[in-house]
Design a protein around this ligand. Structure first.
Ligand code: URA
Ligand code: SF4
Length: 215
């Protein structure tokens, strides 16, 4: 059954020693969210707060991610969230290629179990890794941001959207605007299409605005 398979995956990650990152972690961070989510968000690696709490995106970047999700009517608890590597790299350095490779089978299994319609890669490391998992050539984040690509990983097939990492947008207002725009336009539209919602995005967002100005 799907959920016991998932529990096995989580226990494997929590006990994993397949790369040197296990040595400095407090807790591994497998990911969280409903296994029937139509959308999955993939970050780079746990940071300090995530390493302490064992949950993804619970620090400052996570607060911004929650705000971005709310801005398009998605609840944080309604989406699946994980990272490319499940353990925090020391001093928040970038994960090494060998660490990404060692950890990758876990992400493949998560993609197969959740089987989302849409995957959003947050930042360059997630974008590059997912592009390569899909057999696509990675150029840079600006090129990748331009369009969603069709992607197949194992038994999962989905649309892949690449955008900036919320942590980068925290100290760069220009990036933050672009990130907000990506959520409002690309991520919302493709997710609503995937969900087969009847309402148009314009109606949906206008409805939200009406509600928020009324309160
Ligand atoms: N940054 C990430 O890439 N992932 C997290 O879980 C938190 C911050
Ligand atoms: Fe295992 Fe991934 Fe943690 Fe490395 S980062 S120890 S491969 S769970």
């Amino acid at each position: 059954m799907k959920s016991s398979e998932y529990e096995n995956l989580v226990s494997e990650i929590l006990a994993c020693k397949k790369c040197p990152l296990y040595k400095s972690r407090t807790r591994a961070v497998p990911g969280e969210g409903p296994l029937d989510s139509i959308i999955m968000f993939v970050g780079e690696a746990p940071g300090k707060s995530e390493d302490e709490q064992g949950r993804p995106f619970v620090g400052a970047a996570g607060k911004l991610l929650n705000t971005l999700l709310e801005s398009i009517g998605l609840e944080r608890g309604g989406v699946y969230i994980t990272n490319i590597v499940k353990c925090r790299p020391p001093e928040n350095r970038e994960p090494e290629e060998s660490e990404v490779r060692a950890c990758n089978p876990y992400l493949v299994r998560q993609l197969e179990m959740v089987n989302p319609r849409v995957v959003v890669a947050l930042g360059r490391i997630a974008g590059k890794t997912l592009y390569e998992m899909c057999g696509l050539k990675w150029h840079n984040i600006r090129v990748a941001r331009r369009e969603a690509v069709k992607c197949r990983v194992g038994g999962a097939s989905f649309k892949l959207i690449v955008t900036y990492h919320p942590a980068a947008a925290l100290y760069n207002p220009g990036l933050r605007e672009e990130l907000e725009g990506d959520f409002r336009e690309r991520i919302a539209r493709i997710t609503f299409q995937a969900a087969g919602r009847k309402t148009t995005l314009e109606d949906f967002i206008l409805g939200e605005e009406k509600r928020s100005t009324a309160s």
